[in-house]
Design a protein around this ligand. Structure first.
Ligand code: DQA
Length: 147
């Protein structure tokens, strides 16, 4: 099964972007971790990043016909985008939301994620490892759906 791993705005800057919050690993490092983890779980991934809200929404729509699940770090759009939430609700796919940082420990405007309303599970605060855990979570959801 193919899983879309979608990354929102400014995540292309990981490694140099506020490393005290987001760590030293780059998005390429996270992609490599996802590829390795997916391989071990017999999953394939399509890993993408965009700074453009509409592009992320188009990718979620694309996933409807191509993917078995979606992992998404919506970054700043988590806290603003009803449209991204709606696209995920319309996808009818299992969705796991990931944040590198623990959004609940941070500014109050980060405590609400619209995307969480469309997510089966949410992982935050565990850095890049959260992506690996999300892949395991999706594998579990898919295995359960097969029974
Ligand atoms: C983030 C948390 C968001 O609040 C922030 O806007 C980001 C990254 C995270 O991965 O911790 O850009 O999604």
């Amino acid at each position: 099964p193919l899983i879309f791993v979608l990354n929102g705005p400014n995540l292309n800057l990981l490694g140099t972007r506020q490393p005290e919050i987001y760590g030293a690993e780059t998005l390429d490092d996270i992609e490599a971790l996802c590829a390795e983890t997916a391989d071990a779980l017999d999953l394939a991934i399509d890993f993408r990043q965009s700074n453009v809200e509409g592009e992320l929404i188009s990718w979620v729509q694309e996933a409807r016909s191509l993917a078995a699940g979606i992992i998404i770090n919506p970054a700043g759009y988590s806290h603003t985008s009803v449209a991204l939430m709606d696209s995920l609700l319309a996808s009818d796919l299992p969705v796991v939301e990931v944040h590198l940082s623990n959004i609940h420990r941070r500014e109050s405007f980060r405590h609400l994620s619209y995307v969480s309303k469309a997510a089966q599970g949410v992982i935050c605060g565990l850095g890049p490892h959260g992506y690996a855990l999300a892949l395991r979570g999706i594998a579990g959801i898919l295995a359960q759906a097969e029974q």
